[in-house]
Design a protein around this ligand. Structure first.
Ligand SMILES: [Zn+2]
Length: 125
């Protein structure tokens, strides 16, 4: 019997449900507040937010873009970009703590995708 050598394996991407993919994703600067990109309201742990997430078609990495408070949040993608996977996500802010380093930052919990656009929809901007 031979053991499979997993240390030499590399993986570029895996498939995941959006709710699992975006749970725990860090958001904003390393501080415990995020500013709404529309009304400048300060958002903190426990607040509901809406974020814009995107992934260029040629990459496997998702990026978090604008973060809005729930009252400013658009539910839809107003102008999808061709060649990019995009979604809007409603979530709550939670704190992640790295206790030994005394480092605390915000992440997303309970994400729900409210809109999605595949790379083949939208217009080039
Ligand atoms: Zn706002």
């Amino acid at each position: 019997m031979t053991n499979h050598d997993t240390t030499s394996d590399t993986v570029e991407s895996v498939t995941a449900a959006p709710a699992q993919l975006f749970t725990g994703v860090g958001i904003g600067l390393p501080s415990l507040t995020v500013i709404c990109s529309r009304c400048d309201k300060r958002l903190q742990e426990g607040d509901s937010v809406s974020v814009y997430a995107y992934r260029p078609a040629e990459g496997s990495q998702w990026y978090i873009g604008r973060c809005c408070c729930s009252s400013c949040a658009p539910d839809q993608l107003t102008a999808p970009t061709l060649g990019t996977s995009e979604c809007r996500i409603n979530a709550r802010l939670a704190t992640v703590s790295e206790v030994t380093a005394q480092h605390h930052s915000l992440c997303l919990i309970k994400p729900a995708v409210t809109a999605f656009a595949s790379p083949t929809t939208g217009t080039r901007s």
